[in-house]
Design a protein around this ligand. Structure first.
Ligand code: PLP
Length: 399
């Protein structure tokens, strides 16, 4: 009988089981909402990136349905052959206006936007200077580019400077940071990095996946938040988080976008978005323009929940955004915390190595503008109960 050549995968999976970090996929029974049914359990959902509740917004649904009726369900081609519809061009026009750049191009996901861009604009003679906690898609793009990768400690501008000082002046180099770091919720030091980029002649790139729709005027992101328009050469955003649908984009100069049309492999070799996705994203941009109070509500909820967790005595790290980690240390403890919270009616996913460093496992919480105060208080009560039970509160919450 033929031996299964993939049997080593079972060994690895068994090792994960032994460490207590093997995860089953949680399944939504219905829509992605602040209060959802997951695995047939009604829970307050603190694990989505649906910052503004747009995944189920009535206006977005209508616009998607309109596009389905009038333009069909798919495009049948990659963008560069027959898969570019007028609605894709319109979305890109709108994204360029939103990000205050000359042009923009949409990719199938934020992941492919990062990976496709970094891997195509840099080559083997170049250097990428990257924060150690940058997103996996940046790391993969950097590897694919074959450029030399120099990693600086998280948010350590002085260390980034030391790396740059050692590089030849004429060397082509990319300085790259996340706008909001997805596991800690803290911000990249964009103004200081832009200064470095100016001084050392770097291409400056930011991944604003978690900042678009959240930071800056009408959700324009951290470039707007820090007043850095015109100083960041490559801005990546996602359409999969606050925008509520799917996709990623790059905003920058017309030349950058023209180049990506010719060289970014996910753009060239993977079919374009169904028109309903593009229509949904345009409707979301309309909403960001007309209803900025959605973002205000997100921030009110963020302040309430973050303060609540801190007052209970949890270690919430250095978050400055709606992403608030509850850091507990070992992976197995994070998974137990997550499971116990779920049993109490709160979904906050446990996250361990390799997504976060060893010893920094956590459950990650993300509030949205659509959580009610009662839902957030319910979640805080559950955290208090389970945190006390597991002995992970730094202070006695009754003090
Ligand atoms: C910082 C960051 N960049 C990029 C991405 C990828 O975005 P998408 O989910 O649209 O592929 C994510 C999502 O996980 C992210 O957190």
């Amino acid at each position: 009988m033929r031996q299964d050549p993939l049997s080593y995968l079972d060994d690895e999976l068994n090792a994960l089981r032994k460490q207590g970090v093997y995860r089953h996929l949680r399944v939504l029974d219905g829509e992605q909402k602040a209060h959802a049914s997951i695995d047939h359990t009604s829970v307050v959902n603190l694990s989505s990136n649906n910052y503004l509740g747009l995944t189920t917004h009535p206006e977005l649904r209508e616009r998607a349905l309109d596009a389905l009726r009038t333009l069909g369900v798919g495009t049948g081609s990659v963008r560069t052959i027959a898969g570019t519809m007028a609605i894709h061009m319109e979305l890109e026009r709108r994204l360029a206006i939103f990000k205050k750049t000359e042009a923009a191009v949409v990719f199938q996901s934020g992941f492919t936007a990062n990976a496709g861009t970094v891997s195509s604009i840099l080559g083997r003679d170049d250097v990428i200077v990257s924060d150690e906690l940058n997103h996996a898609s940046i790391i993969d793009g950097a590897r694919l580019s074959r450029a030399t990768i120099k990693v600086f400690p998280h948010r350590d501008v002085a260390a980034a400077r030391r790396i740059l000082e050692e590089l030849p002046r004429g060397q082509r180099k990319l300085l790259i940071t996340d706008g909001v770091f997805s596991m800690d919720g803290d911000l990249g030091p964009l103004p200081e990095l832009c200064d470095l980029a100016d001084e050392f002649g770097c291409i400056m790139m930011i991944d604003d996946a978690h900042a678009s729709g959240v930071f800056g005027s009408h959700g324009r992101g951290t470039v707007d938040h820090f007043g850095m328009h015109g100083r960041v050469d490559v801005q990546v955003g996602t359409l999969s988080k606050a925008i509520g649908a799917l996709g990623g984009y790059v905003a920058g100069s017309q030349s950058l976008i023209d180049f990506l049309h010719h060289r970014a492999r996910p753009f060239l070799f993977s079919t374009s978005h169904p028109p309903s996705v593009a229509a949904t994203c345009i409707a979301a941009l309309d909403l960001l323009e007309s209803e900025p109070q959605l973002i205000d509500r997100l921030w009110e909820n963020t302040r309430f929940f973050k303060t609540g967790l801190q007052q209970l005595g949890f270690d919430t790290g250095i978050s400055e955004s709606p992403i608030t980690p509850v850091i507990v240390g070992e992976g197995a403890l994070a998974m137990t915390l997550s499971d116990r919270l779920f049993a109490e009616g709160v979904f906050a996913q446990g996250i361990g190595f390799p997504t976060v460093p060893k010893g920094r496992a956590r459950v990650r919480t993300i509030v949205t503008s659509t959580h009610t105060r009662d839902e957030l208080q319910f979640a805080l009560d559950a955290f208090r109960k389970v945190g006390t039970e597991l002995g992970i509160l730094h202070r006695n919450p009754d003090q």
